[in-house]
Design a binder for this molecule. Structure first.
Ligand SMILES: [Zn+2]
Ligand SMILES: [Zn+2]
Length: 128
């Protein structure tokens, strides 16, 4: 272990305890991290039973003799939809020095992230 940032190609997003998302439960806004203690299934990408989404302590069940699971996986239902990344994280990727190389290599992603941020913080033209 000891990874702070990785990439989940299944959900197509950054994972690791260095990433600050909100809980993936649709009605929850708890701020967590994408470390192993929050992943459904108890392992990166969800292990064998989990969906690999990330939940706060209130939304991870701890069934006996099974890894921590979200309520959907516990009932073997379709997983929740993945939430978009936290604006704070997007801003970090767009501005922090440690992501400079990534930005240089992924100009299309950078454009997409900028658009996402603008959608989260609309400047409401014409209403002031
Ligand atoms: Zn799950
Ligand atoms: Zn939650």
């Amino acid at each position: 272990m000891g990874w702070s940032i990785g990439f989940d190609s299944g959900w197509n997003r950054d994972i690791g305890y260095g990433v600050p998302p909100t809980c993936d439960h649709p009605e929850c806004n708890a701020k967590i991290d994408r470390g192993l203690s929050h992943v459904c299934g108890g392992d990166v990408y969800g292990g064998e039973r989990g969906c690999g989404l990330y939940f706060c302590g209130d939304h991870l069940l701890l069934p006996m003799r099974r890894p921590q699971l979200c309520e959907r996986c516990e009932k073997r239902r379709k997983p929740f939809a993945a939430k978009p990344d936290h604006p704070e994280w997007i801003e970090w990727k767009l501005t922090d020095e440690s992501w400079q190389e990534w930005r240089d290599e992924n100009p299309a992603e950078v454009t997409k992230l900028r658009a996402t941020l603008t959608a989260v913080h609309p400047t409401s033209p014409g209403h002031s």
